[in-house]
Design a protein around this ligand. Sequence first.
Ligand code: GLN
Length: 304
Amino acid sequence: MSYQKILNTIEQDLSYKDVYGEVASYIPELAKIDPKKFGMFLYCVNKGKFEFGDSREKFSIQSISKVFTLSLAMKLLGEDLWERVHVEPSGDPFNSLTQLEYENGIPRNPFINSGALVIADILVSNLKDPKADLLELVRKISGNPNIDYDTTVATSEKSTGYRNYALVYYMKALGNIKNDVETIVDFYFHQCSLSMSCEDLAKAFMIFANQGKMLETGEKILTPKKVKRINSLMQTCGFYDEAGEFSFEVGLPGKSGVGGGIVAIHPEQYSVAVWSPILNKKGNSELGMAALEKLTTMTGLSIF
Ligand code: GLN
């Protein structure tokens, strides 16, 4: 079956009516999103592009942004980065505080909130204008100069982001945060507010499927070694306490966000992004996971 036929089957077989989760509401602005939205974009290394539904509509990428900030931090710090954040799955929810106490304020990995907040601290320490540098990277690798922060979403998250404040204050008490708390959370809420479509995300994540090079221009963004490590972190930690389930059902490195987006890659084959805002209890898109399960089963292209 052709890829477009497979995507059409996924669109026909899956419906928001069959899932029972809810749109994220702890960020007030995200509670307004239409739960019926559903789109997918598949971008192949041979330059084939396939899509359905709301694949070109922008949404809040939330934790998917953690892959971009990790990429920037790895470029800046090299091996020293791993003294500030570890690389083990946590098995706990994305916003958990518990493991920090007995691990001296060193987060288990860069994809849980504590880890991403340490990465934010590192970017604030090392870059004059981290918001501008992040935007430049994301616009470049997605090939879309119109990508931007959604400041309404960032302000909305700030108004209720008590757990993220708690994480930063706690890690500061334990010595793993160097900068002013407000500056770090401001950067973090902005990175999470990046507004991108499935098309933008699939194109941006192509560097992780293509050994760190942009597909269209061949420009090197990351070394193959860094890409190997980022992909392995996506595989083991990209879905928090559901990383095992995602690996079991889908079998690809990937990253989710509470805006309902998921991006996944198959090295040397494709990158794929899917969006449906209804989340399961672990904060991952229910329909998105089901769509990717169908994709890897029907194409036979998981990494396992
Ligand atoms: N901005 C969100 C938060 O910090 C991101 C969480 C997510 O997408 N899993 O809670």
